[in-house]
Design a protein around this ligand. Structure first.
Ligand code: 2P0
Length: 349
């Protein structure tokens, strides 16, 4: 009988690491940012969330399971995503009288991350992107990745970029309702197959200041941040997009490192100051600088998010110079910790 039928859809969404960072909201409810951003999506084989969404008339409440543990689904962010998706499904059901009334059924969402929690990677980006696409697939919504990115952004800002593979941008938009604050594809992963990344795990501990709280402290107190949002990032967006499209690694590397440093300078300029990088992170910066100096050009680029772990981008041909040097440093036990030989390679093809 139709009432007992279980409807189900599964999908993957990758982790993305920003090279022009999102930091600051102009609307905290809708996660509307104060500047646009750009990211590189890590390979789905390495770092991704797998999510299955199902619904049936038998379910009595919405549930969300992450890595086998029940999660609080009542948060306003998750509720905003589910409300939008149900509303789109209702519109579809109104148009097609024979479509089953999935919008009236409760949802069961089951997610698994394939990367170790110890990596200290923000999983909210891949998590919300996978959740939104799994439910959209379940509801058979004719929604484009752009439309889904508008919904995922309400779960977590950076999640909108994980709806696209490869090189993705998030345009800040201008409208108060957020309808133009969406992600877009700059280039697919296949555009630059030599790109590689390694994640150096400096600490697996939870960060002191969450991104959500930290960025609003910065917005409220840092004059440097105003300069970043108004003057620095808009210029870098164009330059970085061009570097990605032209596969210009040196420009990509220079801008990636400069933007990471500019973001962390704004954190330091916040009252009270926010320290995400630690002594081990700074050792990675020095190591990249030394590798680039030795090569006579930028062959690796570090970037740090709201935590001490480094993501280092490099090209396949420079693997031995970059990874080899880091491996020898890691072998000396300089404070790096983490699974899989203390460093996680991502973007392996
Ligand atoms: C980014 N980060 O662009 C930047 C760089 C951290 C540093 O996006 O409040 O978890 O959920 O919108 O997306 C982390 O912030 O914040 C982040 P919310 P989110 O990737």
């Amino acid at each position: 009988m139709a009432e007992e039928e279980v409807y189900r859809a599964s999908t993957y969404a990758p982790v993305n690491i920003a090279v022009i960072k999102y930091w600051g909201k102009r609307d905290t409810k809708l996660n509307l940012p104060t500047n646009s951003s750009l990211s590189v999506t890590l390979s789905q084989d390495d770092l991704r969330t797998h999510t299955t969404a199902s619904c049936s008339a038998q379910l009595s409440k919405d549930t969300l399971l992450l890595n086998g543990e029940g999660q609080d689904i009542s948060s306003t962010r998750t509720q905003a995503c589910l409300r939008e998706l149900r509303s789109l499904r209702q519109q579809l059901e109104a148009k097609h009288a024979t479509a089953p009334k999935l919008s009236q059924m409760k949802l069961k969402i089951v997610s698994e991350n394939n990367f170790p929690t110890a990596a200290g990677l923000a999983s909210s980006a891949a998590g919300f992107a996978a959740l939104v696409r799994a439910v959209a697939d379940l509801y058979q919504l004719p929604a484009s990745p752009t439309e889904l990115s508008r919904i995922a952004r309400q779960g977590s800002g950076s999640a909108c970029r994980s709806l696209f593979g490869g090189y993705a941008g998030w345009q800040m938009g201008e409208k108060d309702d957020g309808s133009d604050s969406v992600a877009y594809e700059v280039a697919p992963a296949s555009h630059w197959p030599a790109m590689r990344a390694i994640i150096l795990v400096a600490s697996a501990e939870k960060k002191d200041v969450s991104s959500t709280a930290g960025m609003q402290q910065t917005v409220a107190t840092s004059a440097l941040f105003q300069h970043r949002a108004n003057n620095v990032v808009p210029k870098r967006m164009n330059m970085m997009e061009k570097a990605m499209k032209e596969r210009d690694f040196e420009t990509f590397a220079t801008l990636t490192m400069k933007d990471s440093n500019n973001f962390h300078a704004c954190c330091l300029d916040t009252e009270p100051p926010i320290f995400y990088m630690n002594e081990t992170s700074r050792a990675a910066v020095r190591m990249c600088e030394a590798i680039n100096k030795e090569a006579g050009r930028s062959i690796c680029a570090y970037t740090f998010d709201a935590g001490p772990n480094a993501v280092v981008y490099y090209l396949k041909d420079d693997e031995s110079s970059v990874v080899g040097t880091f491996k020898s440093m890691l072998g000396e036990k300089t404070g790096w910790e983490g699974p899989r030989g203390q460093a996680i390679k991502a973007l392996q093809k």
